[in-house]
Design a binder for this molecule. Structure first.
Ligand code: GSH
Length: 308
C-alpha cells in the first residue's frame, strides 16, 4: 500500500517495521472529536468512509448499527481490496466528495497531507474536513455524542462505572490480539513473528480462561472491550489463521472463545454488519494473485449456549 507525500500519491509500499523486523503501526494523525467547539453533535453532519473488511473500520460500522445511528451518521464503503492507489471506491466515485480513491478524501482535508490513508475516516460534511481517523476514538464518540437524539439507543458500551476495567482489558488485548494478528502477519523477521505469535496465543488462552467464568469480558454486560475483541475474532479463521500465519489453532478450537464469538454475532443487528466476502477480499484480494479462498466457513449462527 502506498502513501501521500506532500499531497501526492506514491504507490510503492513503505515498510512499517522496526530494526528487528517487528511491525510498528503508525499513529493516526487526525484526533479531534465530535463535541469539540468546532465539531458540534448534529444529525446529518458527519460521514464515515470505511472498508467493511477492515477490523478498525468495522468497529465504527458496528457502533453505528448498535447505537441506531444510521439516520444520523452517513457511510460510504471502499471496495474491499486495495488497488495501486490504495483504498478505492471503484468505477463510480463516491457520492460525498466525488472521490475515486480514499487518498482524495485526505487531500480534500489537507492538500499537503503526508502519511498513510487509512480507514476509518470520520468526515465533517459542513466544515469539509476530517475530524478523526482513529477508530478507538471514533467509537467512543459514537457511544455517547448523539445520546438523546431521536431513535438513538441509550445503552452505553463505555459506561463510567466500567471505564477502568475496560481500559485495563484494552491495554493488553489491543497489542497482543487486535494488533497482535498484524504483528504476526506483517513481521519481517522470524524472531518478530515468533514473539508476536507467542503473545497472541498466550492472550487468547487467557481470554478463553476468563470467558469460562463469565459471559462477557466485564461480566453480564456487553462493553466496548467485547466489541473490540469481536472485530478481531470474527476475522480470525476467515483471514488471520491463513494469511497472517496465526495458526497454532483455529478460533473454532477454543472451548469458550468460539461460543462467545457466536453469542456476540447473534446480538440484534450484528450479523448484518459482518461481511465475510469483504473480509476475505481485504486480506487475500489486496495482494497478488488476488484469489479469494472459499473457506473456511465457520457457522456463526450455531447455538452458543452462553445464556446468562
Ligand atoms: N489506528 C487506525 C488504524 C487503521 C488502519 O490501519 N486501517 C487499515 C485497514 S485495516 C488501513 O487503512 N491501512 C492502509 C495503510 O496503512 O496504508 C485505527 O484504528 O483507526
Amino acid at each position: 500500500m502506498g502513501m501521500l507525500i506532500d499531497g501526492r500519491w506514491h504507490s510503492e509500499d513503505r515498510p512499517r517495521n522496526g530494526t528487528g523486523g517487528e511491525f510498528v503501526r503508525p499513529e493516526s494523525p487526525f484526533r479531534a472529536a465530535i463535541g469539540d467547539p468546532a465539531f458540534p453533535a448534529q444529525a446529518g453532519r458527519y460521514h464515515l468512509f470505511v472498508n467493511a473488511g477492515c477490523p478498525w473500520a468495522y468497529r465504527t460500522i458496528l457502533y453505528r448499527r448498535l447505537k441506531g445511528l444510521e439516520d444520523i451518521v452517513s457511510l460510504s464503503f471502499t471496495l474491499s481490496a486495495a488497488g495501486p492507489e490504495g483504498w478505492t471506491f471503484g468505477d463510480v466515485p463516491e457520492a460525498i466528495l466525488g472521490a475515486r480513491h480514499l487518498h482524495h478524501v485526505y487531500t480534500a482535508a489537507d492538500p499537503a497531507f503526508t502519511g498513510r490513508c487509512t480507514v476509518p475516516v470520520l468526515w465533517d460534511l459542513e466544515a469539509e474536513t476530517i475530524v478523526n481517523n482513529e477508530s478507538s476514538e471514533i467509537i467512543r464518540m459514537l457511544d455517547a455524542a448523539f445520546d438523546g437524539f431521536d431513535g438513538v439507543n441509550p445503552q452505553r458500551f463505555y459506561p463510567a462505572h466500567r471505564a477502568e476495567e475496560i481500559d485495563a482489558l484494552n491495554e493488553w488485548i489491543y497489542p497482543d490480539v487486535n494488533n497482535g494478528v498484524y504483528r504476526c502477519g506483517f513481521a519481517r523477521s522470524q524472531t518478530a513473528y515468533d514473539e508476536a505469535f507467542d503473545r497472541l496465543f498466550a492472550a487468547l488462552d487467557r481470554l478463553d480462561a476468563l470467558l469460562a467464568t463469565r459471559r462477557y469480558l466485564c461480566g453480564e454486560e456487553i462493553t466496548e472491550a467485547d466489541w473490540r475483541l469481536f472485530a478481531t475474532l470474527v476475522r480470525f479463521d476467515l483471514a488471520y489463521h491463513g494469511q497472517f500465519r496465526c495458526n497454532r489453532n483455529a478460533l473454532i478450537d477454543f472451548e469458550h472463545l468460539w461460543p462467545y464469538t457466536r453469542d456476540l454475532y447473534q446480538q440484534p443487528g450484528v450479523a448484518d454488519t459482518v461481511d465475510v466476502e469483504a473480509i476475505r477480499g481485504i486480506y487475500y484480494g489486496s495482494r497478488p494473485p488476488g484469489i479469494l479462498p472459499r473457506g473456511p466457513n465457520p457457522d456463526f449462527t450455531a447455538a452458543h449456549q452462553r445464556a446468562g
